[in-house]
Structure formats: structure tokens, C-alpha cells
Ligand binder design. Structure first.
Ligand SMILES: C[S@@+](CC[C@H](N)C(=O)[O-])C[C@H]1O[C@@H](n2cnc3c(N)ncnc32)[C@H](O)[C@@H]1O
Length: 408
């Protein structure tokens, strides 16, 4: 249905929102103040023409913007974009009834993303498409270049072409997860099925030609030129295939610096959802740490790195914190808990914190809604959210990282 809509604001997914007699309509790539003619289906609409253009509209930096699903907001002036991202955090906290000072948004894009999952598929007439999924679709938008990538990730696209070409997979979707380790690209391939020896040999040749650190398939070794590693503070962590890393170097350094500054001088810290030790290994330069995560490969890598001379003792525990949060009695003896859960947040863990005698919690979150829900649990139990810092390491997307410090 054709309609004219006035865009009022940008929502938490980066779409413009119009209010109509029959409810909200979401219009990707529109901006507040714009009047747009759209083709509407239900509560979603595609722009046909911009009738009145916002003076805050700018040219996107990428030719694929609008078709590639990787970025949602490249067309907005920086100050307005920054205010919107910070506003996402302010809005969810206000909705949850939590009063807390929200600091200025810290831009942590730095040199760009160091991790990406590219998709590849052979389409009709055997053409190979390598790129990202389109917005709200599974169709691959082929890309030659991504301006959001750090220079260390730039070879990922040509390498993905070579690798996908070898993994002849008759129309099946391949996921190629690239990580720029400190000593080269680490690639984990998914969706290829079992690899024949001839294919493994060809992949090993690509690893060597392209100076990749490693290729794995579903975490199993295919070829290794050098064991991929990453320096975290004083420690060198050997990366498990597909390990979680903060998406930008600057994001990792910014979050780590915020955590260390907010920590003060604790003696004993528990780091939950620790991954490979982004925070644990830095905190261990001044305090002993127990690091907990359910990913046993990440925990093993962290344990190995914890032997670095000059660090305080780091204990590790592989545990599913959704099924078995660390209980209030188990938290006894720690001065500080750091947690950095996945998008679901850590509701069960927050309930245990609420009952505990802990003095301080530093909560890093990649989802403002689950952060606000957990903050409400803590606030109802007498904790105060003293500071909130929004960090933008997913520039041009609707994702936002939040660091919150709670004390009694
Ligand atoms: C956002 S990452 C943070 C990792 C780490 N703090 C970092 O900065 O690199 C979330 C971590 O939660 C872990 N995780 C996810 N679900 C979990 C669960 N149910 N129990 C324990 N850990 C879990 C993942 O393995 C991952 O390491």
C-alpha cells in the first residue's frame, strides 16, 4: 500500500518510526523530520521517495548501504547519531524506573572491526556470492569491500572467495568466520560438510599463499601456519577457533580501561562470562581473580595465559551461569564482581548478587534492555547504579555497549 508518512524518531533497531491511525510503522533508512512516500506492508515500509529531506541526512560511506544488512545508520550526521545511541540507553533505564547518570557516548570504532562472519553460496549458473545477508533477509548481498573492517581484516573478502571456491557445496550456505589475530587471520568455516583430503590440501595451500594464521572447520584444525594469538595486557592468549573477542581493538581497550578505573583497588575479583580473559587478565595485574565462563575452550586458553609471570593468581571455572549462577554464599570473599554476559543478560545471576554481601558490581552489557532489567533487580535490592557509560564499538549499527557500576 502506498502512503505518505512523517518520521518522528529512530527506534532501537535503527529504523525511522511514524505513528499512524493503525499503529507504528517502521521505515528503514528514514530520518526524524522527514516526510516519505512509502510502500507499506503491515507495520513495515520501504521508502519510495523522500518528499521532505532532513538537513541531518548525509551520504553513506559505503556503496552497499541500503541493501547489505550489516549497517543500519550511515545516513545521519554524527552528532544526531551519537545522541540517538546514548538516548537508547537513557530510554530503557527510564522505562525501568532507574535513575542513573549516563555519560557521554564513547566512540570505540578505532581502526574498525576485527571480526566478521561472511556468507558464501553458489547461486544460479554457478556464480559464487560472498558477502553479508541483506537486511531482514537471507539473501547474500555480494560485497567487494567493507569500509567498517579494520585494515587487519581487509583480506578476509578475497580469502573468502578463494576458500568458498574450493568448498564446492552445491548451493549450500557457508559461514566464514574471520578473526584478525595479532599474527594473521584466523578462519573458522561452517556449513561445508566433511572435507576430503584433496580439499584440505587446497585449503592448506590458500592458508600458506595468503599468510593466514589458521583455518578450522567447526573448530577442527584444517591448516595452521601459526597458532593465532592476542595480547591482553601482559598476557598472550592463544585463541581457540571462533573465540569471542570484543569487535574492535579500541572497544576492548576502552571497556578494559573503564573496568580497571571503576574497580579501584580490589584484592579478590570474580569475573563472570569471562571469555578468554579480556578483563580477568588485566585485573590480575593487581588482584587475584576467579574467571567463569561456560566455554571450556575459552577457559582453557585463559588458564594457559594466566601463567604469565607478574600476574596475581587466576583461578578458572567452566560453568553454565544461566543454569547455575554463582550463588550468594559462593560470592563471599570477593570485593568485586565483573560480568559481561551475552545479549540475554544475567537475570539469575543478578538475583544472586541481590542476596550477596558483595560491595561492587561492574556490569558490561551489549543489550540495554536486559541490562535495565537486571539493574532493576539490583536496584530493588538496594544497589545504586552510580555511573553508566555507553560505548560505541558497532558504529553504523543499532548495537550499543553499556558499562554500569553498582554499589550499595
Ligand atoms: C559478551 S562475551 C564476553 C566475553 C569476555 N568478557 C570478553 O570481553 O571478551 C559473553 C561470554 O559469555 C559466555 N557465555 C554465554 N552463555 C553463557 C552461559 N550460559 N554461562 C556462562 N557463560 C556464558 C560466552 O562464552 C562469552 O565468553
Amino acid at each position: 500500500m502506498r502512503q505518505q508518512l512523517s518520521i518522528l524518531r529512530i527506534g532501537h533497531r535503527g529504523d525511522g518510526i511514524a505513528e499512524t491511525a493503525d499503529g507504528q510503522v517502521f521505515v528503514p533508512y528514514s530520518l526524524p523530520g522527514e516526510i516519505v512516500e512509502v510502500e507499506r506492508t503491515g507495520d513495515r515500509a520501504e521508502i519510495v521517495t523522500i518528499i521532505e529531506r532532513s538537513s541531518d541526512r548525509i551520504a553513506p560511506i559505503c556503496p552497499y548501504f541500503g541493501t547489505c544488512g550489516g549497517c543500519a545508520v550511515q545516513h545521519w550526521k554524527e552528532n544526531e547519531y551519537r545522541a540517538w545511541k546514548r538516548g537508547l540507553v537513557i530510554a530503557v533505564l527510564a522505562n525501568a524506573g532507574i535513575e542513573a547518570p549516563v555519560g557521554e557516548l564513547i566512540d570505540a570504532h578505532g581502526a574498525g572491526r576485527r571480526r566478521a562472519v561472511l556468507h558464501a553460496r553458489r547461486g544460479g549458473r554457478e556464480m559464487l556470492a560472498v558477502g553479508f545477508a541483506g537486511r531482514r533477509s537471507h539473501i547474500i548481498v555480494p560485497i567487494e569491500n567493507c569500509p567498517v573492517f579494520a585494515p587487519s581484516l581487509k583480506r578476509a573478502i578475497p580469502v573468502a572467495h578463494k576458500v568458498a571456491d574450493v568448498l564446492d557445496q552445491a548451493g549450500k550456505l557457508l559461514d566464514l568466520q574471520f578473526t584478525a589475530a595479532d599474527n594473521g587471520l584466523d578462519l573458522d568455516v561452517r556449513g561445508s560438510g566433511t572435507l576430503k583430503p584433496k580439499v584440505i590440501a587446497r585449503l592448506a595451500a590458500i592458508a600458506s599463499e595468503e599468510k593466514l594464521a589458521r583455518i578450522t572447520r567447526h573448530g577442527e584444525m584444517v591448516a595452521q601456519i601459526a597458532e593465532p594469538f592476542m595480547q591482553i595486557g601482559k598476557a598472550r592468549v592463544m585463541l581457540p577457533p571462533g573465540a569471542f573477542l570484543q569487535p574492535t581493538v579500541q572497544g576492548e581497550e576502552t571497556l578494559a580501561a573503564l573496568v580497571i578505573a571503576a574497580a579501584g583497588k580490589p584484592k579478590s575479583v570474580i569475573d563472570l562470562f569471562s571469555g578468554i580473559g579480556t578483563f580477568s587478565l588485566r585485573i590480575a595485574e593487581g588482584a587475584k581473580v576467579l574467571a567463569v565462563d561456560f566455554d571450556s575452550a575459552a577457559i582453557a586458553a585463559l588458564r594457559r595465559a594466566a601463567n604469565t609471570p607478574g600476574l596475581k593468581p587466576v583461578e578458572t571455572m567452566a560453568r553454565d551461569l544461566f543454569r547455575r549462577p554463582i550463588t550468594a554464599p559462593e560470592l563471599t570473599g570477593y570485593d568485586l564482581a565483573v560480568l559481561d554476559p551475552p545479549r540475554q543478560g544475567a537475570e539469575g545471576q543478578a538475583r544472586e548478587f541481590a542476596k550477596s554481601k558483595l560491595g561492587k558490581i561492574i556490569y558490561i552489557s551489549c543489550d540495554p534492555a536486559s541490562f535495565a532489567r537486571d539493574a532493576k533487580i539490583l536496584s530493588d535490592a538496594g544497589w545504586k547504579l552510580r555511573e553508566v557509560t555507553p560505548v560505541d564499538q558497532f558504529r553504523y549499527s543499532a548495537h550499543i555497549e553499556t558499562m554500569g557500576v553498582f554499589t550499595r
